[in-house]
Write a protein that binds this ligand. Structure first.
Ligand code: ADP
Ligand code: MG
Length: 459
């Protein structure tokens, strides 16, 4: 009989594997070192250091394509700023106590120190002194991809200062004015300086307009006892074109661009992170440079480079390899591509899915050049088989253009005999894989095994 102590997991737990710590490669991890971003870190630090002096830092816009380290840099600085704020606060308490005890005799000093230790700093000196010594530095990070309405951003900021659960603002229902007033009161009550980071700010503005920025840009006029500054981060370099001129000038007092990384810089970044993520010897030396080169070819995206490295190693691990080599990087490229396509395809509206499925049936049957009319015929047949209503040829032509814009298919206009012109359609995604994705769930599941005669009139 099998040893009952033996678990199916034993083998996997015991094998040393490839990863020492996979978390280090995930996007959510903030590394302690950010190579090739020292200029940006220094520039932002000179802006934010005002907060430590009790002054208002300039409002700042940060731009850069995805994966250029914007979020990582701002989180790194936020952490550094808050801890520096705390240490200044602690330092000033000690300084104050020293000053108080200066010149008094030793016995009395000891007595005072014992009492402070017993009843705490504010118990001995009073709460007012403690308030005065305090240097509140607040750093509020908001990702506007998730928090994407004016109401939600304002409540998020207001609730940052609320420790008592029951006095938090509700996530819906109050008039915006009231939320704004509560936010202002909370910041004022806290005192000091509050830095508000709106990451992916373009998403918020496209969805909800720039009222929120107008309100926040004027907040210092309404504050009596505190100061606030805004840092907006955007992946889209042109997004300020959409802003009201006043908002644009008051929020863009400073502007900072994060350029894409080149292959060498990506190599450095990957090497730093790989050192903590993998056991020694589990990476073929060519792997890191290949991942860096591939990501640099796209647009210098560090996230892409890290994903490639992580997925390569995951595939190698799953296949029981001891060492990750270039073969796994190639596999990872395909997997990531298919995952991205899969995400786009599975969120298409049903009618677009039917059109795409029709196109793929033709591709699978290799019928040669494919025209809109032929796709329409196949589409109608698929509607009949799946019980869906049939849209007009005109709507289907629009849906085909949309699929083209998404990069799932490619269309071009060709001329043929006697001055005729037509649009030919070609899929740019792996046919069988995407057909599987399309028929994974309802309503296309019923089409999984259907065969219809597809034909082309042109060749
Ligand atoms: P962005 O916000 O510009 O889209 P992120 O800051 O999210 O980019 O960076 C993407 C990934 O790359 C994250 O995992 C981040 O930790 C990493 N990264 C970016 N720049 C660096 C760097 N200079 N050093 C180390 N890791 C970096
Ligand atoms: Mg980001």
């Amino acid at each position: 009989m099998e040893n009952p102590e033996k678990s199916i997991f034993d083998e996997f737990i015991q094998s040393k594997g490839i990863f020492k710590n996979k978390e280090v490669l995930r996007p959510s991890y903030t590394p302690r070192q950010l190579p090739h971003r020292q200029n940006q870190i220094n520039h932002l630090a000179t802006i934010l250091v005002s907060a430590l002096k009790g002054e208002t830092p300039s409002n700042t816009f940060i731009y850069g394509k995805t994966g250029t380290g914007k979020t990582a840099v701002i989180n790194y600085l936020g952490y550094a700023l808050e801890s520096k704020g705390k240490s200044i606060e602690m330092g000033s308490k000690e300084d104050f106590a020293k000053l108080y005890l200066d010149g008094v005799d030793c016995d009395f000093q000891r007595e005072v120190i014992d009492t402070i230790n017993y009843c705490g700093f504010s118990g001995f000196f009073g709460e007012d002194i403690e308030e005065e010594l305090k240097l509140p530095i607040n750093f509020i990070y908001i990702n506007c991809q998730h928090v994407d309405t004016q109401y939600r951003v304002l409540t998020h900021i207001a609730n940052h200062f609320v420790t008592n659960w029951t006095s938090r603002l509700p996530l819906t229902g109050l008039p915006t004015d009231e939320v704004y007033n509560r936010l202002r009161q909370n910041i004022d009550q806290e005192g000091g300086v509050t830095t508000i980071v709106l990451d992916e700010i373009d998403k918020l503005i496209y969805k909800s307009g720039d009222d929120i920025l107008y309100n926040l840009s004027r907040i210092n006029l309404d504050l009596k006892n505190a100061r606030a500054n805004i840092i907006g981060i955007s992946n889209d370099l042109r997004f300020t074109e959409f802003l009201d001129a006043r908002v644009k000038s008051s929020l863009g007092e400073e502007e900072l661009v994060f350029p894409p990384y080149d292959a060498e810089q990506l190599l450095d970044i990957l090497e730093h992170r790989a050192g903590n993520a993998f056991y020694e010897g589990s990476l073929d030396p060519s792997v890191v440079s290949l991942c860096a080169a591939l990501a640099a070819q796209e647009h210098g995206d560090a996230r892409r480079a890290l994903d490639l490295l992580r997925v390569s190693a995951e595939i190698a691990e799953r296949e029981g390899a001891k060492v990750v080599d270039e073969v796994y990087v190639r596999k990872a490229v395909n997997k990531i591509e298919l995952d991205t396509v899969g995400e786009v395809v599975s969120t298409l509206p049903t009618q677009s899915k039917l059109v795409l499925y029709g196109i793929l049936m033709h591709e699978g049957a290799k019928t040669g050049k494919l025209t809109t009319g032929e796709v329409f015929d196949t589409y109608k047949e698929l509607c009949r088989l799946s019980g869906m209503s049939v849209l007009t040829l005109r709507r289907i032509t629009d849906l085909i253009s949309e699929l083209d814009m998404l990069g799932i298919i490619n269309t071009r206009v060709v001329s043929f005999g006697r001055g005729g012109r037509t649009r030919v359609i070609q899929a740019t995604v792996p046919v069988e894989n995407v057909k599987d994705i399309l028929t994974e769930g309802e309503p296309l599941a019923s089409l999984q095994n259907v065969r219809i005669k597809v034909q082309a009139t042109l060749d």
